[in-house]
Design a protein around this ligand. Structure first.
Ligand code: FCB
Length: 452
């Protein structure tokens, strides 16, 4: 069976990972510019200074997208390119870049999906405390309004935030991502709250300025997969998925980041542990945080296996089988994550699920025949998409799927060591080569998944 007729097929990228031109045309510093230049933070000292040089090659990249049959493109806007200090003065050349990009996409019949924040916070705002500062929601709203006014005549699909768990958890919890800080819940819980308020204010601004626009949220998660199809294991996996993890890992909790947005309340289990850290008067923010969304986006790559257990919580995590297939970045390949994640999330939140990211890194190489043979990518995507289609067949509203990533790019702390793209990029010459998986994905999109 194919996916539904209006299924959204696409591919995704983000600004810092592909654009380069880090100090060009008036762009301000982002926390990632600063972090990647600190010794020892990124694999082999790589930075996003040049990346895929998409800032200069965007027309070529859009041409490739058109050849690959991409109809939906999710990309992000660099806040410091638009507002070098994060607030106040606007950089016209930055505004113009995305305007040209959007025009070129539309000319090729490609629908732009604009992410407003994919982690490249203006450094000037970090110097004022970043997400710790209670003024952040207001600054973010002003930036969202600028995007809405600049592009809303042509862009109708927006994703204010990408993976809040990661930019708060990895950025301020364990310091492996920018800005590289290690803080406790006394600082991080208020930050997380500011993030949720910022999302609410951005959604309101977008809806006010771009009537009829569609807005999504894009957290990430590792779904819990029941070890067997038994009712006990399914119930155990559901309980584990929505459970608050122990200790410092609280920021991976699904309900903490999603219940306020989707249901208008913090989960009681989380509140009893973290409520004492919330900023004073947090209750009054809940209606603002609880904005209706058109899609509940999900970045899903891998899952954990759970079975029922005879212990106090009623479940336990099973180790993956020895020798389980892993991607280049060493993430276990667990296609069922794309069945159980959407199923459990749809049960709880009743909002159409949009897979805003899924994909794998491989050790892709340009072969002597000039091609990039990447059967492992096809194998991975085929298996995950089959699981997703099964969820759709079982009644889960699945709106679409974006492959991560359109092209190889700067994979954060891993630098250029991991290649997630459908397009191979030679970082020395900038040369692009469509991988075999790009042609395969084209056929899948054309057949609406019937050939999976
Ligand atoms: C996600 C990020 C994205 C990319 C993929 C592999 O966590 O949103 O930028 O790095 O992982």
């Amino acid at each position: 069976m194919p996916f539904r007729n209006d299924f959204i097929w696409g591919a995704a990228t983000s600004s810092y990972q592909i654009e380069g031109a880090a100090r060009e045309d008036g762009k301000g510093l982002s926390v990632w510019d600063a972090f990647s230049h600190q010794p020892g933070k990124v694999f082999e000292g790589h930075t996003g200074d040049v990346a895929c040089d998409h800032y200069h090659r965007y027309l070529e990249d859009i041409g490739l997208m058109a050849r690959m049959g991409i109809r939906n493109y999710r990309f992000s806007v660099s806040w410091p390119r638009l507002m070098p200090e994060g607030t106040g003065a606007v950089n016209p050349k930055g505004v113009d870049f995305y305007s040209r990009l959007v025009d070129a996409l539309l000319e090729k019949g490609i629908r732009p999906w604009m992410t407003l924040y994919h982690w490249d916070l203006p450094y000037a705002l970090q110097a004022r405390g970043g997400w710790e500062n209670p003024d952040m929601p207001g600054w973010f709203e002003a930036y969202a309004a600028l995007c809405a006014r600049s592009y809303g005549d042509r862009v109708k699909d927006f994703i204010p935030l990408n993976e809040p768990q990661c930019f708060i958890g990895l950025g301020y919890g364990n310091g492996i991502h920018a800005p590289g800080l290690i803080m406790g819940p006394h600082a991080m819980v208020p930050m997380a709250h500011h993030v949720l308020v910022a999302n609410g204010r951005a959604v309101q601004a977008l809806r006010a300025l771009v009537p009829g626009c569609k807005v999504a949220y894009a957290p990430n998660m590792s779904p819990c997969i029941p070890a067997t199809g038994s009712g006990e294991d399914i119930a155990a996996a559901r309980a584990a998925f929505f459970n608050m993890p122990e200790g410092e890992k609280w920021y991976w909790n699904v309900p903490w980041w999603s219940d306020p947005v989707m249901l208008g309340e913090y989960p009681s289990q989380g509140l009893s542990r973290l409520g004492c850290f919330l900023p004073k008067g947090w209750e009054k923010d809940m209606p603002l945080i609880h904005q209706k969304l058109d899609y509940y986006g999900q970045n899903i790559y891998q899952g954990n296996v759970i079975s029922a257990a005879d212990n106090a919580r009623g479940w336990e995590e099973k180790p993956h089988p020895p020798g389980i297939a892993k991607t280049g970045i060493q993430w276990p390949i667990t296609p069922e994550a794309l069945y159980w994640g959407p199923r459990f999330l749809y049960e709880r939140y009743q909002t159409p699920i949009l897979i805003t990211e899924n994909g794998l890194s491989c050790h892709d190489a340009l072969s002597l025949d000039g091609r990039v043979h990447d059967p492992n990518r096809e194998n991975y995507v085929r298996r995950y998409l089959r699981a997703l289609r099964r969820a759709a067949d079982d009644g889960v509203a699945i709106a679409g799927y974006f492959y991560w990533s359109l092209m190889d790019n700067f994979e954060w702390a891993q630098g250029y060591s991991d290649r997630f793209g459908l397009i191979h990029v030679d970082y020395e010459t900038g040369r692009r080569t469509l991988k075999e998986s790009a042609w395969w994905y084209k056929e899948v999109m054309e057949a609406n998944g019937e050939n999976l």
